[in-house]
Design a protein around this ligand. Structure first.
Ligand SMILES: Cc1cc2nc3c(=O)[nH]c(=O)nc-3n(C[C@H](O)[C@H](O)[C@H](O)COP(=O)(O)O)c2cc1C
Length: 331
């Protein structure tokens, strides 16, 4: 069995190791992906992007959400995740992404359980419409000429394993290069223990690599799930929020937890990037999502959390964090 450091390929694209960043809606922008790469991730997948938004030239979709930092390509491939249930729209969106030369791989979301997405027939609704799922995946391949991967769940509700059959059809009929498997049903969203034995069954039977996602929160859980399933790679999601050090730890590049100084420095880097990404005002508000992860890791309590949640600008947040930075500097 290969080690998590070993390189491999997805549809002919070289991936330097097997520890990858999962797609995270509203979070997985260029700087979160770049951060994961800085700490060793072998590939990073974008937050999900609407194929309709790209097809219709929506400004925010085509600028902000398609932004890729040149340094992202340094540590291995970048994948863009698209969602949508219309094959023609997917073909057009995938072609636009490929023409821009932004990414190496297109990933398709067939696992999102959120009603806003499933009511359109996209995301996890594809489990119930495998013919459309196959048509969408074929269209993404034809439109882009890039390797296409699909991320999906084990099934719709508890006990349903339709995701396994869909994974086979996607690989065998649509030529999908790899499957990311989240062995939880759409019904439970992100709760409960993933069914790693079902993932192992898929790994054994599928004629394409399976990437595992779900419940991979620390080195022990990642190693155990990787060994138990025999997956080709692992995708870190919630475990990596405000915790890029997890990539290095899983890859054996470091053992210890980050120091307070490292955490504060990393948060500072994230704040700078958010301003670059969205400007001082929107960036300041966007960062409220990020602060709790870092504050928790610092071992700080509610007073700091709430103060940061009340900030409107990055400058306000910086002045709240200044005493902590000063204390670290003195120590
Ligand atoms: C905030 C959040 C946003 C997510 N966004 C996406 C997404 O855009 N596309 C996707 O395929 N999965 C998405 N997921 C699912 C994750 O990629 C991952 O499969 C899931 O969280 C299970 O892994 P975990 O238990 O290690 O967190 C999201 C999960 C979370 C918590």
């Amino acid at each position: 069995m290969p080690s998590l450091h070993d390189s491999w390929e997805i549809g002919g694209v070289h991936v330097p190791n097997r520890v990858l960043l999962a797609p995270l809606a509203g979070i997985g922008n260029w700087f979160v992906r770049l951060q994961a790469k800085r700490y060793g991730a072998g590939m990073a997948v974008s937050e999900m992007v609407s194929s309709f938004g790209i097809h219709h030239g929506n400004e925010k979709t085509c600028t902000e959400m398609l932004r890729v930092h040149p340094d992202e390509h340094r540590g291995g491939p970048v994948a863009l995740q698209l969602f949508g249930q219309d094959p023609d729209v997917m073909r057009s969106a995938a072609a636009t992404v490929a023409e821009r030369g932004l990414v190496d791989i297109i990933d398709l979301n067939m696992g999102c359980p959120v009603p806003k997405v499933t009511k359109t027939g996209a995301g996890a609704a594809m489990l119930k419409d495998p013919d459309t799922a196959v048509a969408v995946a074929s269209a993404a391949r034809e439109g882009s000429g890039l390797p296409v991967t699909v991320k999906l769940r084990s099934g719709d509700r508890k006990g349903d394993t339709s995701g396994v059959a869909l994974a086979h059809r996607l690989v065998e009929e649509a030529g999908v290069a790899a499957i990311t498997f989240h062995p939880r049903s759409a019904q439970v969203h992100h709760k409960g223990t993933p069914d790693y034995d079902l993932a192992a069954e898929l790994v054994r039977s599928l004629p394409a690599p399976v990437i595992l996602t779900g419940g991979l929160h620390d080195v022990a859980s990642v190693t155990a799930a990787y060994e138990r399933t025999g997956a080709a790679g692992v995708m870190l999601a919630r475990g990596s929020l405000g915790n890029p050090w997890l990539f290095s730890q899983v890859l054996g590049l470091r053992d210890d937890e980050p120091t307070r100084e490292e955490i504060l420095e990393e948060l500072d880097w994230v704040m700078e990037c958010a301003v670059q990404h969205m400007g001082a005002e929107r960036g300041g508000r966007y960062l409220r999502k990020f602060y709790p992860w870092y504050v928790t890791r610092l071992g700080e309590g509610n007073v700091l959390q709430q103060a940061l949640q009340r900030t409107d600008t990055v400058e306000q947040a910086r002045s709240i964090l200044a005493p902590l930075r000063a204390r670290v500097a003195v120590a």
